[in-house]
Structures are given as C-alpha cells and as structure tokens.
Ligand binder design. Sequence first.
Ligand code: SAM
Ligand code: SF4
Length: 490
Amino acid sequence: MSELSVNEKSWIDRQIRHEENERYMVDGRDFVDEGLIWTELEKQRDPDPARVRDIIAKSLSLKRLEPSETAALLNCTDEDLWQEMHGAGLKVKQSVYGRRIVFFAPLYVSNYCVNNCQYCGFRRENRSVVRGCLSDDDLKEEILALIRLGHKRLVMVYGEHPSTDADFIAHTIRLAYTVKDAGGEIRRANVNAAPLCVGDYRKLKEVGIGTYQVFQETYHHETYARAHPAGTLKGDMQWRLYALHRAQEAGIDDVAMGTLFGLFDCRFEVMAMLLHTMDLERCFGGVGPHTISVPRLEPAVNTPFLDNPKFSVPDDLFRKIVTVIRLSVPYTGLILTAREPAAVRRDLIPLGITQIDAGSNIGIKGYSDGHVIGDRQQFMLSDNRTLDEVVGELSKMGMITSFCTADYRCGRTGGCFMSLSKDGKIQNFCMPNAILTFAEYLEDFASPGVREEGWKLVEREIGSLGDESTRRIVEDYLARIRAGERDLYL
Ligand code: SAM
Ligand code: SF4
C-alpha cells in the first residue's frame, strides 16, 4: 500500500485546480490571517466582566460574534462567567433548535487512501490496517442494517483514492437512496470526503447529497504542513481551505466544517474556524457553515503521531471550547460524535450540541458484520452504547431524538435554512418534525422501556408547541403514525 502506482500518481496530478481557489483569495492570501488571530488573542486578555456579559447578550440575540469578541471569551479566566457562558450556550441552542437532538450514522464506504495524514489509521503507509471498499451489495447490506436500527440520516465517509472518486461517491449516494425496508429508508445522505473540484461537486449535487462535510484538521499553516506531508494531495492546504467555497459554488447548500482538536493550540483553531465562517458568509450572501464538528484526536492502530501532550485538549478545556464555538456562531449546528466517551457526551450535550451519532461502527462492513472491528477502523470510538440506549437516556434528559430530514427535502437548506435559523424560526418546523420522527422511532424500533418513556415526553412536548393550529396538525399526524402511516412532516 505504501508505494503509489502509476495510475494513482497520474490521478493525483489531475485533482487540484488552483484557479478555483484563487477567485476567493484576497490579494493572493488565504483567509487564515495568523497575525490577526494572535493579535486578537493577545489584545483581549483579562476581559472586563461587563464586556463578557455584553458579548454573551449578543450571542443570545443570535448574532455571530466578531474575532475580537470570540478572543475575549476564550481569554476569560473567571469561572463564574464561564458558568454564565455555559448556560447561555444552552439558551442559544434552545432558541434556535429547541429541545431536540438530531441523530445520524457514520457509514464508512472505503478506507483506501493516497494520503499520509500522520494521525490517521487509514494513512497510506499504515500496513496494520485492513483495507476495504464496499461493493454495491455490501453497501446495500450496511444500509439495511442501519435502517433496521432506525436510522434515516447517514454521513458516508471515504478515503481519498482514484477508486473512490466523485463518480464513485455519486454512485454510492444514489444507491443509498434506493434501499428500502419495511421500517424505513435513508432520507438524507451526507458526505465526509476529501476536497473536490467544482465540476465534481456538481455531480454530488445532482444525486441529492445532503450536507458536504470536510474538516480542516488544523488551520495553522506550519502544523498543517507537518501533519500532511508535502507531495501528497492533502498536503495542499489551500485546496482544503477552499473546499467548502467550491462546494457552495457548485450549488451544495449545506456545507460543514470542523477542526481536529489536539493537533495545535485549540484557541487558535476556534478563532480560525470563525474566520472560515466569516469568509463563507462574505462569499455566499451570508451563508456560513450548516454544522461545525469538534472531533478530538483519538488513538488509531499503529499511529504514534498522537503523542503531543502540548496541544491535547483536556475535558475541562474542551467544555469551554465547545461553549465558545456555540456562542460565536449561534445559528450553526454543532456535532459531537461517539469518538467521545458517554460521560463527556452527557456533559457536553446540554452546552448546545445539536447532532450526535450512536450505535456507530466505523469499520468497513461494520454494521452488517455486527461487531467492532479494530483493524478496519480509522480510530477507536469511545461511546459504544446502542442507539436505543442513547435515545432512552436523552428522553430521560427531556430531549427529543430527531431523525428529521424534512428541511432538506422541502428545500429549507442553505440561505433559506440560515435565515430561518438566524431568526430563531427554524424550530417552528423542526420541533414538530422532530416529534413526528421520534414517534416513528418509538413505534418501529424502540425497546419497551424507551418507548414508554418516549411517548410520555412526546405528550409533554406537544403541550409546549407554540400555536394551536400546529399542535392540532401534530396530534393528527401522531394518531396516523400510531395507525401505521410513515414519513409525515410539515
Ligand atoms: N479522507 C477524507 C478526509 O480526510 O477529508 C474524509 C474522511 S476522514 C476518514 C474523516 C475525518 O476523520 C478526518 O477529516 C479527520 O478529522 C478525522 N480523523 C482522522 N484521524 C483521526 C483520529 N486519529 N482521531 C479522530 N479523528 C480522526
Ligand atoms: Fe486519508 Fe482522510 Fe485518513 Fe487523511 S484523514 S489518511 S485523507 S482517510
């Protein structure tokens, strides 16, 4: 696996088109202004409590923060103020998203990769990982297994390789939507794949991609170069920095970013994600990221790069970082995956997380084989509870599990989704739809205890729906769901 073939080399040479980045760069420079980041972090030291409270108030009015404001929050040392910020994070989330958590399932389609990212178990030079790519039949089996657990949304994940190019990704998305089972189907296929050119993104748009997700890993130029060796595709930092711009240019409305925490100074990364958000807003009429992910570096098979304690993010700092992101970009969704242990997820979800996975398997063929597969995994997952267990726990915490995909299917994406989110109006649709998909789950997939607890929560939530007419529609739809109808939404 370590030597590149002639075919791989010539494919790599054809991927990057610098001219597609250049139209977004200003005076030939990318948006990660490291000088500005360090200057703001230095200037905003020891922020005055009154100023911190003003910034919190701005977030509560659902306005995106400026770099100086985010830097002030990151520099706060007063623990009481941090408590206020944590509380504000939850309020922001509730006013945009309500008491619901959207669930998705990661589906690893292929782990062949031409890159050599030093932290990743799938890197080309790692001979300890077993390689695989799902055939059409494998893919259908994996999706059936997921549908039978109750999933409706996927994040399909791919290594970067000629065998999994844009045509292949498009083919697999199309196939994912064709798989049906008595209990349901996949209604939204999101993708996490390496950067593509505009023409290739159009192919994904044509087959109905949901969100396109790519994590920058680190925004720090020097660290990026160390973690992604020169001469590899991923070694071209700007090709990755402008991936979401190109995807939006191709018409993919919902784009998603993330940083791999643990590679560099986490305060720098938060500031850089804000600059990324602002640059997307600048170029695309105010439309920033649909979601932000906050993965932390996890151990991977035969992958020693991880041992840099200088930048590791301990749990207490991670809470703060998540809170600052929540407050800095109030309109965006925030994703916390099963990389994190159950206790950390329990603690962080109330700070403003909007999407999680559960019952995940990140090995190739992991769901249909039905067990955790160490040497086919990219890294190790920490929260190995089943979907039903996590749904049950969230019910007890008063949170509705949503499998809703109605926004995407009704065209409430991109600018439309964003303006509804910014006004706090998206939950007029989302909460009723979350309740309806939760009810479907309870009827079709939940264990008896979770079903009982869940229906009690549904009854309570109906009572708190804003207007009378929406409540009546939801009650009517719930009766129809109990009678066996499916896929009802507003
Ligand atoms: N290959 C594509 C890419 O690199 O963009 C997409 C899929 S990659 C499998 C998805 C993400 O996994 C990466 O963007 C990276 O942030 C994350 N990842 C890689 N190694 C990891 C590790 N050891 N711990 C946690 N996350 C990791
Ligand atoms: Fe390949 Fe993605 Fe892993 Fe890098 S992070 S080695 S590109 S799968």
